[in-house]
Ligand binder design. Structure first.
Ligand code: ADP
Ligand code: MG
Length: 714
């Protein structure tokens, strides 16, 4: 018997052929299948008789298939399937390209329903690539929802699922409608009261309506319900994490104001107001006996490093050690240099630990900076008080958690009980997310924002260069380099992988993805390097950098570039992450349209760090590739503005690094809905207060546990 938990490969109705495609969508069981939601609906509610059909509109017609045949188009040698459908009022032609298999399904004499757009051909209107459905009888063809076989592909609202190679929306509609009756067994995790207060449909109804709605309103209502539920779970999880943390204790890092003043006075620049505020928020947190869990969010170049160094300095003054973890070796090395420089006047020792750099014992240093080697290798700190993670989105929850648990100790309380002592935790990210979104995604963290850049900085001039204007751009680069500048050239991957995220589970975070070492971008870099060094700039000093190189090689090249022994550095996206070369003033991005807004913004942030005017030159692959998105990069003043912009033009689904949040597509769409987020947040807070362990809400509790364990397994 097939149940909701039956793995798809054990279901006779699901052919073995499509199992891999379903799995790619994250569908493993029948339950997953039912919770795989449409991306949109085609409205085929406009049912017409054939003689009423007008070119330009989308219609549904019903009739008898009079003939069907497949030939080839004259020039392009594409398969062209042609059919004629007849009803009482007339005849119409339907055309499909490259779907010769249609002839196997559709036979003349059959009663069919076709939905699609009407185009105007030489011999009158025809249906172009309509979706089709066999019907039993054309005399009473109203859409029936009770009959699962009928009315799911055409007529009314037809669900369209996010496509993946190997499975069509047609298949999904068929499978989902076959198994939807099993949803009767599902119980609703949302409390009745909550549903009533917010007019959310009950689970089973919502599940039906999200797949096969009668009206768009019903679909929207169902979507809202699932979004509500998902946001609620995210918030409940965050609140739980927060209260868990409060049960533990943390090192008391005394806030020594005099020492802090000394530190600030020793800096070669004045701190910005938002840097001051962030430092203050952090110092206030770490002075408390509760573990800090704070996110420092600031645009590229907003000066996060110095803020984190201030915190490390304070920890050190109080006699505690600090661990700083960075996602790449280049970045770890750079932080090492920065920390050493900043802390030089204070007799604070800084150590470096990476894959290639050994460090026998963390004990000897006040601050240890490293890559995730910090977790893997047994570094024993004697008195770790603060953990700092840079570019936190590059690490998974697991890695962060590992770093913490590795360093927890226990303390005896006055009443004899034992408490866990956890180091304070500061994560940093350059992904500028508007505050409301951050509240949802990082609900378990406190937030500090750096929303201004250091004043001395000039605005980077960004320009999109059309393919025909390359020569001019190269001449410009030549001139800038002759004047003492340096340039980065970033190349995209040649092929783009399908990074479709799974529409299920994994709510809270995703593990680090192996962003580097893709042979395809290595190839692109080699080609570009050849071209630039041999043809375009034979007179300049050019080197390349990619993930396949040895750490030692990479380090040498970075150092050469930093020391101005090189003019141009051709690279994969490795340099995306925080590299600081103040003299570099040109960022060239090849195939610019292939990168996400967040990435482009990060790349651009690599220049404009020194005194001189900096430039970002975007080369789209083709003329047509100049999109609104690229234009947004040119126009936006800073990352927050860009994030808001992206939110407006494309919705949060495709915004700034959303892949790593691991939340579903529909919930992402809702992230733009500040009011909904606020509403759900209030509900979550009320619920957590009234029933902290969710003991009185067993279904909700189970659902939360399920998602939490899914997030941890992945
Ligand atoms: P990010 O926030 O991207 O990590 P960094 O911490 O690397 O930025 O800082 C970028 C550059 O700005 C560094 O060279 C740093 O020394 C400099 N910087 C930081 N704060 C200030 C400031 N208040 N005034 C001037 N320069 C600053
Ligand atoms: Mg940084």
């Amino acid at each position: 018997m097939v149940t909701l938990e039956t793995p798809i490969e054990d279901v006779p109705k699901i052919s073995k052929r499509i199992v891999p495609a379903l799995k790619r969508l994250g569908i493993r069981t029948i339950r997953d299948l039912l919770f795989h939601f449409p991306a949109r609906y085609d409205d085929f509610s406009n049912v017409k008789s054939i003689d009423d059909v007008v070119a330009g509109e989308t219609v549904t017609i019903e009739g008898i298939l009079k003939r069907i045949s497949t030939g080839r188009t004259a020039h392009k040698r594409m398969a062209l399937t042609e059919a004629v459908i007849e009803d009482e009022t007339g005849r119409i032609k339907a055309l499909w390209f490259n779907q010769p298999f249609l002839e196997r399904n559709l036979k003349s004499g059959m009663a069919v329903r076709l939905s699609g757009k009407v185009s105007l051909g030489k011999s009158g209107p025809f249906l172009s690539s309509p979706v089709h459905e066999k019907i039993r009888d054309t005399t009473h063809v109203t859409r029936s929802t009770s009959d699962q076989e009928q009315g799911i592909h055409t007529g009314g609202l037809v669900p369209v699922y996010p496509e993946t190679a190997g499975i069509s929306s047609r298949w999904l509609r068929f499978l989902i409608s076959s198994f939807l009756p099993l949803a009767a067994k599902l119980s609703d995790p949302l409390p009745v009261k909550m549903r009533e207060n917010h007019t959310l449909p009950e689970l089973r109804k919502a599940l039906h309506d999200i797949h096969f709605p009668d009206t768009l309103d019903a679909a929207a209502s169902a979507q809202r319900r699932f979004t509500f539920e998902e946001l609620l779970l995210i918030q409940l999880h965050a609140l739980k994490e927060r209260s868990k943390l409060k049960q533990h204790t943390a090192p008391h890092i005394f806030n020594d104001i005099a020492a802090m003043k000394q530190f600030v006075a020793s800096l070669p620049f004045a701190l910005t107001d938002s840097q001051r505020k962030a430092i203050w928020e952090i110092l206030t947190d770490i002075a408390k006996p509760i573990p800090m869990n704070r996110l420092l969010e600031g645009d590229v170049g907003s000066g996060k490093t110095i803020v984190s160094a201030a915190a490390a300095y304070m920890a050190c003054q109080a006699g505690y050690q600090t661990a700083v973890m960075a996602p790449t070796e280049i970045l770890a090395r750079q932080h090492f240099a920065t920390f050493q420089k900043i802390l030089a006047p204070f007799d604070i020792s800084v150590g470096l630990l990476t894959g290639s750099e050994k460090l026998t014992s963390g004990n000897a240093f006040n601050i240890v900076i490293g890559t995730h080697a910090l977790i893997q290798k047994t570094v024993l700190f004697k008195k770790l008080g603060l953990i700092i993670i840079d570019e936190q989105h590059r690490f998974g929850v697991e890695q962060r958690a590992a770093l913490i648990t590795k360093h927890e100790t226990h303390s005896k309380e006055r009443d004899g009980s034992e408490k866990k002592v956890i180091p304070h935790f500061l994560s940093m990210t350059a992904t500028p997310i508007p505050r409301t979104l951050a509240l949802t995604i990082y609900g378990d963290l406190d937030l500090s924002l750096l929303d201004e850049s250091p004043k001395s900085r000039k605005k980077i001039i960004t320009q999109i260069v059309k393919p025909g204007e390359r020569e001019k751009a190269y001449a410009f680069i030549q001139k800038e380099i002759a004047a003492g500048g340096q340039a980065f050239v970033v190349c995209p991957q040649i092929e783009i992988r399908d990074k479709r995220i799974e529409n299920r589970g994994n709510l809270f975070d995703l593990p680090i993805s192996n962003l580097q070492s893709l042979s395809s971008d290595v190839k692109a870099v080699k080609q570009e390097y050849e071209k630039l060094s041999k043809e375009i700039f034979p007179n300049l000093r050019i080197a390349m950098l990619h993930g396949k190189m040895k750490p030692k090689e990479k380090k040498e090249i970075m150092e050469h570039f930093k020391d101005h022994k090189l003019d141009i550095l051709v690279s994969t996206s490795v340099i995306e992450v925080g590299v600081d070369v103040p003299n570099a003033n040109i960022m060239v991005i090849e195939g610019a349209e292939r990168f996400g807004l967040a990435q482009l913004h990060q790349f651009r942030g690599r220049v404009g760090r020194g005194e001189q005017q900096s430039y970002c030159i975007l080369f789209p692959t083709e003329d047509g590739a100049v999109t609104r998105r690229l234009q947004a990069i040119v126009d936006a003043k800073n990352g927050f503005e860009l994030a808001e912009y992206d939110l407006k033009i494309r919705g949060p689904g495709s915004m700034f690094g959303t892949e790593q949040w691991g939340i579903s597509e529909i919930a992402k769409q809702a992230l733009a809905d500040v009011k909904l987020i606020q509403t759900v947040r209030n509900e979550a807070i009320a619920l957590a207060k009234q029933d902290p362990t969710l003991a009185n809400h067993p279904i909700l509790h189970a659902r939360l546990a399920e998602l939490e364990s899914a997030a941890h397994l992945e």
